[in-house]
Design a protein around this ligand. Structure first.
Ligand SMILES: [Zn+2]
Length: 510
């Protein structure tokens, strides 16, 4: 294969007469990996290329960012809520979001020079926050129109679609009619609507509890497939996880729902990661009413008694509880020594009940403590979902600002390859396709995602027999078997050596 400038000039045997040669004998020469569900946009404007090292080492050349309703742009001009927008889960990246449009934001990126390619979705949550903050109410008529205008403008300027974050404030307050209107707007642009659904567990505080009613995660899938059926929008269901072991019995039906919708002509895919855990904040466990009463609620015997009862019932229904909570960054001096430990172990060491330990960590950290929740999947579910034709591979991860790391930020793509090699659930070609061509097709990235003459020279070379993730205590073990990575013809990885080549990557507008 011959790369010239930022393109693949020829595929197959080529004479080497100029430039330099890389020996790929016995290796797989693949398109550069595309992380189809990422939040790295919040890090790309920070000016610190080091944030991207763990992804470079996995062979990633392109990120699809702006997911789950969060994007670092897509705000109403003159918003009063900039502080809320800047204090997201990803605030370890860029601290201030001081621009007013997608065009202004990408101009900052172009000036800084990216090391990887970026595809940007505009967050419905961001647009809505910029208008009504986190207020639990429907938008007024003028706000509603402005929200749609903000999303419309970002798509005109090149955003690849809109993302919804229906488990987070303020997306959680949006009614189905609002989602339909957003979907119709995306459909008019012929772009993609991605959705972090309202529930991923069989029981969730985001839906009313009806005894023997439909599992909440299935109801959330019903809701979104309904939006797809009514509006004809192209739909991407984000990180199809099944939180808690009691939710796992819904896997068959969830898959059947997608299959039926696809058979009926709904254009829907989902993304997934290969780990049974995911990163978030500890406070996401708290119900709305308790959050609203923080921090006083942490010391109110009445509020605590109610919370304890609700937690016990909720945990039991979902099959999730304290043993599935791993503190990755306690974000306070009292508990930082326990970063990486699971809650029951910490509770034993400090001599308090599980419940009181959890509340104390929330209190000490100002509700900033970061966690990995476990039992999102088991291996069997991961292997099964990987085989599904609508599955696209993604990491849904970012580097944590200190503390224990999310292993997905280090090993996602090597782990997918390793699983397909060892478990033989899918062929090598299919695994590579789901992390390259399938994502390029889904997000309409022109001339990317394949090794083909004339296509962009995003290339990852790996050793099929040896490629694998690794594990360590801190969650930040580098994978092995990734050999070379090129972004638009520029080499950013050479057998373990990372080069921060600013300007190698581009913002891919559509
Ligand atoms: Zn999400």
């Amino acid at each position: 294969m011959l790369l010239r400038g930022d393109r693949i000039e020829a595929v197959g045997e080529v004479p080497v007469d100029a430039g330099f040669a890389v020996d790929c004998a016995g290796k797989v020469v693949a398109p550069g990996f595309i992380d189809a569900h990422s939040h790295m946009d919040f890090f790309s404007a920070s000016g610190d290329s080091g944030h991207f090292d763990s992804f470079t080492a996995q062979g990633v050349t392109t990120f699809v960012a702006g997911n789950c309703g969060f994007s670092p742009f897509g705000f109403a001009p003159g918003t009063k809520h900039r502080a809320l927008l800047e204090s997201s889960l990803f605030k370890a990246g860029r601290k201030t979001l001081d621009w007013n449009s997608f065009a202004e934001y990408t101009a900052v990126l172009d000036d800084l020079g990216l090391t990887h390619n970026f595809v940007h979705l505009v967050g419905h949550g961001a647009a809505r926050t910029s208008l009504s903050g986190f207020e639990a109410r429907p938008l007024g008529d003028a706000e509603y129109r402005e929200m749609l205008e903000v999303l419309d403008r970002a798509m005109h300027e090149g955003a690849a679609g809109v993302s919804l974050g229906l488990q987070y404030k303020p997306g959680i307050f949006a009614k189905l009619e609002e989602l339909d209107d957003v979907a119709r707007l995306v459909k008019r642009h012929d772009k993609l609507l991605t959705v972090h659904a309202k529930a991923y567990s069989s029981f969730s505080g985001t839906y009313p509890m009806i005894p023997f009613g439909r599992a909440h995660n299935l109801k959330a899938i019903d809701d979104m497939l309904g939006v797809g059926r009514r509006t004809g929008v192209r739909l991407q269901f984000s990180h199809l996880i099944f939180v808690g072991s009691r939710t796992w019995k819904t896997v068959d039906e969830a898959i059947a729902l997608f299959d039926r919708a696809i058979a009926d002509g709904v254009d829907v895919c989902f993304d997934m990661f290969p780990y049974g855990c995911g990163a978030t904040l500890l406070n996401t466990l708290l119900p709305e009413w308790f959050m609203a009463g923080m921090p006083e609620a942490l010391h109110s015997p009445l509020a605590k008694a109610r919370l304890r009862l609700e937690a016990e019932v909720g945990f039991r229904l979902v099959g999730f509880g304290y043993p599935q909570i791993q503190i990755t960054n306690a974000s306070c001096s009292k508990y930082d020594q326990y970063n990486g430990c699971f809650l029951p172990e910490i509770s034993e060491r400090v001599g308090m009940s599980h419940f009181d330990t959890m509340l104390d960590i929330l209190d000490e950290s100002n509700a900033e403590a970061r966690v990995l929740f476990h039992d999102y999947y088991n291996d069997e579910i991961i292997e099964r979902l990987m085989r599904h034709p609508a599955a696209i591979f993604a990491s849904d991860s970012w580097p944590e600002p200190g503390g224990h790391q999310n292993p997905a930020a280090y090993g996602t793509f090597p782990k997918f390859l390793r699983t397909s090699r060892e478990r033989k659930n899918i062929a090598l070609e299919e695994a590579v396709y789901k992390m390259t061509g399938a994502a390029a097709k889904r997000f309409r990235l022109s001339e990317r995602g394949e090794v083909r003459e004339g296509y962009a020279a995003d290339v990852t070379v790996f050793d099929w027999e040896g490629v694998r993730d690794q594990e360590n205590e801190a969650g930040n073990a580098s994978p092995v078997g990734i050999e070379h990575v090129f972004v638009n013809g520029k080499q950013i990885f050479d057998r373990g050596r990372i080069s921060h080549v600013r300007g190698a990557g581009e913002v891919l507008r559509s």
